[in-house]
Ligand binder design. Structure first.
Ligand SMILES: [Zn+2]
Length: 315
């Protein structure tokens, strides 16, 4: 019988660097206008909505960079190509601050509705836009975290080292698409509970439920997540969007969260690139992500009422 007087900690054996017990990474998806325009291209006519999105690169990112500098930590910024084209000086400022810039599509595309050729074009246009500001990314995060089974090989062909869009881990792992593929990627998993969109995002006739949570509540929630990551030896990856979390009270709460994480024993504050390099150099096991077989027609689903009918057949 186990000793119930001791708190439960799940088994963990991830080999973090010497002296470190868990990893923490702040990531910022600079969706800006692209995040809204991918949803509906006619939104470019809605000036107020466009300013809601441009608040991110124009107002929030400089404040976020100052906050990160204050705490002397480096973060990872996922920048769609369209955002880089509109705000090249912002990308340069992120790089000048010592932070990582990584790939996040070109127009924050809905990847589940793209053909193979369209997804390849998205990746290449994103790379070209980042190249114009001197960035060669090693990391990718699918827009809306919608990574396709085919994406792995596309990323390997383009020299990427890691992805951060999948949701099947508490710690990073190495993976590939199937037998016979010599190279592999590192996955640094994410979690919707660690995304500011679910807490705060709202814009009429575009996104959100209308409920905007208190930053106090999000701070408590994310602090608890970090505390458990520390005791479990996990990888804490927070996803924020500058147009959302750069607002004053949320930025203040985010700074408090960094104080909390910094106080935890054995923290390794790192960029995703650093975590990916460590994982690739340390782990030997490589997972294979097989496609889930099509289950075919199911009882009670008449006609063409497939539950995933909105997804494209090309996946
Ligand atoms: Zn995004």
């Amino acid at each position: 019988m186990s000793d119930t007087r001791q708190p439960f900690h799940p088994p963990s054996g991830f080999p973090w660097p010497d002296g470190k017990k868990f990893a923490a990474s702040l990531t910022f998806d600079v969706d800006a206008e692209a995040g809204a325009l991918a949803f509906d291209a006619t939104f470019h006519r809605r000036m107020s909505l466009m300013t809601h999105q441009s608040y991110g690169p124009s107002v929030a990112v400089p404040k976020l960079l100052a906050m990160l500098e204050h705490h002397d930590i480096r973060a990872t910024f996922f920048v769609p190509g369209y955002t880089a084209d509109l705000y090249p000086d912002m990308v340069r400022a992120i790089v000048a601050g010592g932070h990582e810039v990584a790939h996040h599509g070109w127009m924050h595309e809905k990847t589940t509705s793209l053909t193979d050729a369209q997804e390849a074009e998205m990746l290449d246009r994103g790379l070209e836009s980042l190249d114009r500001v001197g960035v060669r990314p090693v990391g990718y995060r699918a827009p809306w975290w919608e990574y396709n089974y085919r994406t792995t090989d596309m990323l390997l062909e383009r020299g990427f080292a890691y992805d951060s869009s999948l949701l099947d881990g508490d710690v990073p792992y190495r993976f590939t698409s199937g037998d016979g593929v010599a190279r592999d990627l590192v996955e640094i998993p994410v979690d919707w509970a660690l995304d500011d969109w679910e807490q705060f995002a709202f814009y009429p006739e575009w996104t959100g439920s209308g409920l905007i949570e208190s930053p106090r509540k999000a701070l408590q929630m994310w602090s608890d997540e970090a505390s458990v990551a520390a005791t479990a030896g996990n990888c804490f990856v927070l996803t924020n969007h500058p147009f959302i979390s750069g607002r004053p009270t949320r930025l203040s709460a985010l700074s408090e969260l960094v104080d909390h994480i910094t106080s935890l024993d054995g923290v390794w504050f790192a960029t995703l690139q650093q975590i990916a390099e460590h994982t690739a150099n340390t782990l030997s096991d490589i997972r294979i992500h097989h496609r889930i077989p099509d289950p075919g027609p199911q009882p009670g689903q008449g006609g063409d009422g497939h539950p995933l009918g909105h997804l494209h057949d090309n996946l």
